[in-house]
Design a protein around this ligand. Structure first.
Ligand code: SF4
Ligand code: ZN
Length: 159
């Protein structure tokens, strides 16, 4: 039986979460690199990515310090420019087919050639294999530039 007092008591107050959902995306677990779902949320005028690996638990990272700028910047869009040739087929889904694959929505705007991986910043979110023992040879460098030129033709100066 429902206690009579409870009928006249104030109903419990519902609480809001501390962040507003903005969009949905995919990311990777910073520990095992497994592809996982992620939410983009707005909190404290900033933008955050929140994700949860079934094995390693929740992670949160700030992706913009200015939520107003971030949301406004997304109002600008245009059709993507495709490369002359794609390098890989779509077989396993993003990001496994990187190349650029045929699903990529934009050509390569600013190629970065990592000529060695002598990096001592062991950032947990880095997807680069930072083993600190690889250095690109001149021939590898040349063939990488040839590869880019064949697909994008005009390259800005590389520094
Ligand atoms: S090329 Fe683009 S779409 Fe294709 S796997 Fe890489 S990031 Fe994803
Ligand atoms: Zn994980």
């Amino acid at each position: 039986m429902i206690p009579l007092d409870s009928l006249f008591a104030s109903p419990p107050t519902k609480k809001d979460r501390d962040a507003a959902f903005f969009s949905y995306t995919r990311s990777i677990c910073p520990r095992c690199k497994k592809i996982i779902d992620a939410h983009i949320v707005l909190r404290d005028d900033k933008v955050w990515m929140q994700k949860k690996c079934p094995q390693h638990g929740p992670f949160e990272v700030e992706i913009s310090s200015d939520a107003e700028y971030y949301t406004r910047s997304l109002s600008y869009t245009k059709p993507g420019t495709m490369p002359y040739r794609f390098a890989t087929k779509v077989e396993h889904g993003c990001p496994e087919d990187c190349g650029l694959c045929e699903d990529h929505l934009q050509h390569t705007c600013s190629p970065i050639l990592e000529i060695n991986d002598v990096c001592d910043l062991t950032c947990p979110v880095c997807i680069v294999r930072n083993q600190q023992r690889y250095s690109m040879t001149m021939n590898e460098f040349k063939s990488s530039v040839d590869f880019l030129v064949a697909r994008h033709v005009r390259l800005a100066p590389i520094r």
